[in-house]
Design a protein around this ligand. Structure first.
Ligand code: C2O
Ligand code: CU
Ligand code: CU
Length: 432
């Protein structure tokens, strides 16, 4: 609803029960329902307010992953919502059209709360950075696809223990798409746009189509790319998003699947970190006749490139065990003080052999290069807020910190393997 020129959303985090095909009711958590939450949507320039009521028996927060907003509204560990309390963050949307998401971020309980089902999408519209001819009809040819893995115990409840021998947290053998087991999508148009979110707590995906046909990558975390890319595989780590277009022929069926994300990994990576796992994700079932879709344009949006020569500061962050630069998260320690309206270049690197990722709040970054000198793939060519750090590898990224300064409220950067984050692989920065 829109009230006094503000777009108002109401979210209530609560416990419930879901039928996930495990012979009964699985205890799950959701916003305004038993599992996941509504898709929120707002347009650039709008003021939004979200009234969040905590209907759980423990503290929670709601973090706007990918959103550019003041630190006090960010929903990180510094904005806990006590049981029964309501928190109403508000801010003005000011960033390109993008597929963002929201999820809890309470100190040391993020993995468990996300795993139980607290997550939803937040779509940003912006005519200036969108392409009108791309599929746009929500739920028809423009479809959110939240992919999450779950492990069930013998009673059909979520098993939260984590795989034996695994160093990365819970890995499930069952996939849910938008909270649904064995999902399919009825496609009624020649082109369907899937807004993919890896909403898993620690599983990597490597999306492909069952017959190996190429599909079109048009967007990543922070918005649309400069141009479309034809790809046959799309790796997506925890918290990352991608927008892809799949071309369908009348009456056919094709399965979006996930191939092994680390096929060349060592035994531990393949067996204990899910690197060798494959899944069927979502079956696409085309109707007998399909509504024509517009051609995909040869160029999409014109993204200004940040220039490393303008960087005011260079920093290096190395991720090992549960630490960043040998330090675990500490509430009373600020790891980086950043001057507003400056650009910084960070080298983010995985210093050992367990998979990690780098995610930063408030800003979107651009990838300048790989630490091993290799090429930057299409899925890292646009605005990003999260990037996978393969064992012993990393990236140089550039980002600009604008608009919001608050010396007393930190933002977070961390590994998005949520167990790692909970166990201390997180740092804090303030913009002053
Ligand atoms: Cu998606 Cu700090 O989180
Ligand atoms: Cu975030
Ligand atoms: Cu990690």
């Amino acid at each position: 609803t829109v009230k006094d020129g503000q777009r108002v959303f109401d979210l209530r985090s609560q416990a419930g029960q879901s039928d996930l095909g495990r012979g009964g009711r699985t205890g799950t958590w959701g916003y305004n329902g038993a599992l996941l939450g509504p898709t929120l949507r707002a347009t650039r320039g709008e003021r939004v307010v979200v009234n969040i009521t905590n209907g759980l028996g423990e503290d929670t927060t709601v973090h706007w992953h990918g959103m550019h907003l003041p630190a006090r509204m960010d929903g990180g560990p510094h904005q806990p919502i006590r049981p029964g309390a309501t928190f109403s963050p508000q801010w003005r949307i000011d960033q390109p059209a993008a597929t963002l998401w929201y999820h809890p971020h309470p100190h040391e309980s993020t993995e468990r709360q996300v795993y139980r089902g607290l997550a939803g999408m937040f779509l940003i519209d912006d005519p200036a950075t969108d392409v009108k001819s791309l599929p746009h009809e929500y739920g028809v040819d423009d479809v959110p696809v939240i992919v999450q893995d779950k492990e069930f115990d013998g009673d059909g409840q979520f098993d939260e223990n984590g795989r034996f021998g695994s160093d990365i947290g819970i890995l499930g053998d069952t996939l849910l798409v938008n909270g649904t087991p064995n999902p399919y999508l009825e496609v009624t148009t020649e082109l369907v746009r899937l807004r993919l979110l890896n909403g898993s707590t620690s599983r990597l995906f490597n999306f492909a189509l069952s017959d190996g046909r190429p599909f079109t990558l048009v967007g990543t975390d922070g918005g649309l790319l400069d141009r479309p890319y034809q790809v046959t595989h799309l790796p997506l780590s925890m918290g990352e998003r991608a927008e892809v277009l799949v071309a369908m022929r009348p009456g056919e069926r094709v399965v979006l699947r996930s191939d092994p994300p680390m096929p060349d990994g060592d035994f531990a990576e393949r067996r204990f970190h899910g690197g060798g796992d494959r899944f069927d994700v979502l079956e696409l079932r085309a109707a007998g006749t399909l509504r024509p879709s517009a051609e995909v344009p040869a160029t999409l949006v014109d993204t200004p490139r940040l220039d490393p020569a303008t960087a005011a500061e260079k920093r290096s962050m190395t991720f090992t065990s549960r630490k960043i630069n040998d330090r675990k998260m500490a509430h009373d320690r600020v790891d980086a003080v950043i001057t507003r309206d400056t650009t910084e270049v960070w080298t983010v690197r995985n210093g050992h052999s367990t998979p990690h990722s780098f995610h930063i709040h408030d800003v979107q970054f651009q990838v300048l290069g790989r630490t091993d000198g290799g090429p930057v793939p299409p899925q890292l060519s646009g605005w990003k807020d999260t990037v996978f750090l393969p064992p012993h590898e990393g990236y140089t990224v550039i980002m600009r910190f604008t608009d919001f300064a608050d010396p007393s409220t930190p933002y977070m950067f961390h590994c998005h393997v949520l167990r790692h984050e909970d166990e201390g692989m997180m740092g804090q920065f303030v913009v002053v």
